[in-house]
Design a protein around this ligand. Structure first.
Ligand code: HEC
Length: 273
C-alpha cells in the first residue's frame, strides 16, 4: 500500500477549508494564494481614511416655521374628518328642492316638444298655424273645442264635411281645415292614430293657452277655466290622468262643477257657442 505524503494531505485539507469559507492553517505557498483570492473577492479593501460626513445644512426659514408651528391636536381629528360630510349636508339643505313635474302645465310643457317643430318653440308658427299673442284663443274661446280639434286633427273635419273648426265668427276670419298652406294638423288622439293620451292632450292645450297663447290665469276672463282645467288642483285633469274619465265621458261626470265642462268628444264637431 502506498503512503500519501503528509504535505499532500495538508494541501488538500487547506483547500477544502478555503472552499468552505475558512482560513487555511498552514503556510503552503499554493494554499496562501487561494486564500488571498477568496478574501479579496468577499470584502473589498477599505480606503485608508474615511472622510467625516459634511455638517447638516441649517433648515430654511419656512421649514423651521413648519416644524415649530402649533399642530392640530389628535383629539380634534375625528371632528375635522367629518367636515366634508357636514359641508355636503349643508349644500343639500340650502339648495332649492326640485319640484316633481306634475299637473297639467308641467305635463303640457313636456308634451309640447312634439308640436314645436311645426308651431315654433314660442308658438310663432311655421308649418303649423301661429298660436301665440292670443291667436289660438281667438280660434277657440272654449277650451273644449280646442281639445276636440287637437284630438282629431284636420283630416276628420274634412271627412265629416265640416267647413270650419273653432269659432265660426272668429275675429280675423274663421279657420277652415287645410286652409293653412294646405297643411294638415295631425291627429293627436288615439282614436285617430295619434300618440297622446287624453290627459297629455289636456296638458299640451293648457300649455298652448296659458304659457304660449297669452291667457292670464288670474284675469277675470280666464281664472275659472284655468282653475277647472289647467291648475294643479284640476279634478278633471286628475281624473283623466287616473283613467276614470275620458273626453267622451268627462262632461257628464263633472256636470256638478261650478263651471260645468261642455262636451269634448272624440269625433269632429262644430264649436259650441
Ligand atoms: C306636422 C306639423 C304639425 C304638428 C307636429 C302639430 N301641428 Fe298643430 N297645426 C298644424 C297645421 C298645418 C295647422 C292648421 C290646420 C288646418 O289648417 O287644418 C295646425 C293647427 C293647430 C291648431 C289650431 C290653431 C288655429 O288657431 O287654427 C292647434 C290648437 C294646434 N295645431 C295644436 C297642436 C298641438 C297641441 C300639437 C302637438 C301635440 C300640434 N298642433 C302639432 C301643423 C302641426
Amino acid at each position: 500500500m502506498t503512503e500519501v505524503p503528509d504535505y499532500l494531505l495538508k494541501r488538500s485539507k487547506d483547500r477544502r477549508t478555503v472552499l468552505e469559507g475558512g482560513t487555511p492553517t498552514g503556510d503552503a505557498p499554493a494554499s496562501k494564494e487561494v486564500a488571498k483570492a477568496a478574501t479579496s473577492s468577499a470584502a473589498p479593501a477599505l480606503p485608508a481614511e474615511v472622510a467625516p460626513p459634511p455638517p447638516p445644512k441649517p433648515d430654511p426659514a419656512y421649514v423651521v416655521a413648519a416644524k415649530t408651528r402649533k399642530k392640530i391636536p389628535y383629539w380634534a381629528m375625528a371632528t375635522l374628518s367629518l367636515l366634508p360630510v357636514w359641508a355636503f349636508m349643508y349644500l343639500l339643505a340650502v339648495s332649492p328642492q326640485e319640484r316633481e313635474a306634475s299637473g297639467p302645465m308641467a305635463v303640457g310643457e313636456a308634451a309640447y316638444s312634439a308640436c314645436a317643430s311645426c308651431h315654433g318653440a314660442a308658438g310663432q308658427g311655421g308649418a303649423g298655424r301661429v298660436l301665440h299673442e292670443g291667436e289660438v284663443l281667438k280660434t277657440f274661446p272654449h277650451i273644449e273645442d280646442m281639445l276636440n280639434f287637437v284630438y282629431t286633427g284636420s283630416q276628420p273635419f274634412v271627412s265629416a264635411g265640416l267647413v270650419v273648426y273653432g269659432d265660426p265668427s272668429r275675429e280675423g276670419g274663421a279657420h277652415a281645415p287645410l286652409s293653412y298652406n294646405g297643411n294638415a294638423m295631425p291627429s293627436q288622439g288615439e282614436k285617430w292614430g295619434g300618440g297622446l293620451t287624453d290627459y297629455e292632450i289636456l296638458g299640451v292645450v293648457c300649455h298652448e293657452r296659458y304659457a304660449i297663447g297669452g291667457a292670464d290665469p288670474k284675469s277675470e276672463q280666464w281664472a275659472a277655466e284655468y282653475a277647472t282645467w289647467c291648475s294643479e288642483d284640476s279634478e278633471i285633469f286628475a281624473a283623466l290622468e287616473a283613467g276614470t274619465v275620458n273626453f267622451d265621458t268627462l262632461a257628464e261626470t263633472f256636470k256638478m262643477l261650478e263651471t260645468a265642462p261642455r262636451p269634448v268628444g272624440t269625433e269632429p264637431r262644430p264649436a259650441g257657442k
